[in-house]
Structure formats: structure tokens, C-alpha cells
Design a protein around this ligand. Structure first.
Ligand code: E4P
Length: 234
């Protein structure tokens, strides 16, 4: 994809940012899907807990429901933090559906696990990424996606979006094909800025996606069109 951008004259149409929804809420996933713009879903243990889904069996059943609802990639995060546990869990998660992406934290055993999953041809999303150095390790290990957390960096008064710019520059320069998945998105401006910074994917809460629709001039313009139409019909 980044290669397409570099040689954009004849290949620009191949480059566009994917939209994932960042939730485990089935109704919200369905609402985003109805817009016709949904390319996938990301979840994490906090989002599953928010839906009240507990216990391995229920959690796996819920992942299956999400995977049945969307055609695109669905990130499902391992809970284990040791290599053997992550490998066992990742293999189980990958068995749930073909579109499962095993989400692995950016820790030492996580990088090791991603390398092994790459050899096993199991797709991965390296999560909790807060630096370009971490993103290089994820890419070297063969992660399918890397998830830099924009909002959480903003929360500590640093500039989250700069991380997308930095990773994009490094990956482009080095030819890494790991996709940059801008995560921890808080609002519509984050979505636009992630697109400008070169993110391959943006994963957002539903309200951030819907906020892109809003502009007062659109509302005023529509109101005027409808009023003029009604007047002319009299
Ligand atoms: C997605 O993969 C992340 O888990 C998520 O975007 C984190 O977002 P938050 O910082 O709003 O919890």
C-alpha cells in the first residue's frame, strides 16, 4: 500500500484507508456496517468486559458472533503474557473464524509470539504501541498490523499523531509491509489526521465515525433546499 503511495501517479486509486470499528458491541458494529464503510473490527479485553462478556467460552462465542457479522478482519486479544500461553491462546482464537486477527501486546514474549505466528501464517495485530522503535520490532516480527495508540499519548500531553507520521516514514523508508492501524481514536479530527499521516487503517468508536457526518452548513443548506422546494410547490 505504501509502495502504491510512493509511485502514486498511476496507482493512487489503490490506496485508501480502511475503517475499523473499535468495539465489542454488536448493535454498534451492525450500525457501522449499515453505512457500507466498515472494513473490520478491533476489540480488547476492556471492550469485551464493557459488554459484560466474561469467561473464555462466552468470550469466544462473542468473537464468533462478531466474525459472522463482518467480512473484514476482527482483532481478538490474547490474555496471556507469556510466550507459551500466547501461542496456545492465539491458535485457539485463530480457530474461531478465518477473519480473526490475533492481537498481541508489545512485550518481549509478545514479539517472540508474533514471530512464531508469522511462521504459522496466523495474522497478528501488535497492540499497545507507543513508539516508532516498538513499531519497528513489530514489523520485523512480521505483524500484519501495528496499533499505535494516538489518544492515550494525547492524554499525557504528547502529540499522538506524530507517532503515525514517524512510523509511516520508517516503514516507507524500510519497505515494511505491516499495516499501520491508528488506534485509541477519540474524534473525527483524529480520523482525518490519521489519514493525512498515512495510516492504512483507523479504528474508531462509532461516535467518532458518525461525527464525520456533521457540518452545520450541510444542515443549513439542506434546510434551505427543502424550504425552497416546498415554496415552489405552492
Ligand atoms: C484498539 O485496538 C485499541 O485497543 C483501542 O483503540 C484503545 O482505545 P482507548 O485508548 O480509547 O481505550
Amino acid at each position: 500500500m505504501r509502495w502504491a503511495l510512493t509511485f502514486s501517479n498511476d496507482l493512487t486509486t489503490q490506496y485508501f484507508m480502511k475503517f475499523f470499528i473499535d468495539t465489542a458491541n454488536l448493535a454498534q458494529i451492525a450500525e457501522a456496517k449499515e453505512l457500507g464503510i466498515l472494513d473490520g473490527v478491533t476489540t480488547n479485553p476492556s471492550l469485551m468486559a464493557k459488554e459484560g462478556i466474561t469467561g473464555k467460552s462466552n468470550i469466544y462465542k462473542h468473537y464468533k458472533k462478531i466474525c459472522d457479522l463482518v467480512e473484514g478482519d476482527v482483532s481478538a486479544e490474547v490474555i496471556s503474557t507469556d510466550y507459551n500461553g500466547m501461542i496456545k491462546e492465539g491458535k485457539e482464537l485463530a480457530m474461531i473464524a478465518e477473519n480473526i486477527i490475533v492481537k498481541v501486546p508489545m512485550i518481549k514474549d509478545g514479539v517472540k509470539a508474533i514471530s512464531s505466528f508469522t511462521e504459522m501464517e496466523i495474522s497478528t495485530n501488535c497492540t499497545l504501541v507507543f513508539s516508532a522503535g516498538q513499531a519497528i520490532l513489530a514489523a520485523k516480527a512480521g505483524a500484519t498490523y501495528v496499533s499505535p495508540f494516538i489518544g492515550r499519548i494525547d492524554d499525557i500531553n504528547w502529540t499522538g499523531m506524530q507517532l503515525i507520521t514517524d512510523i509511516f516514514e520508517v516503514y516507507s523508508m524500510q519497505g515494511f509491509d505491516t499495516e499501520i492501524l491508528a488506534a485509541s481514536i477519540r474524534n473525527g479530527l483524529h480520523i482525518v489526521d490519521a489519514a493525512k499521516a498515512g495510516a492504512d487503517v483507523v479504528t474508531c468508536p462509532l461516535d467518532a465515525i458518525l461525527s464525520l457526518l456533521k457540518h452545520p452548513l450541510t444542515d443549513l443548506g439542506l434546510q434551505k433546499f427543502l424550504e425552497d422546494h416546498a415554496k415552489a410547490a405552492k
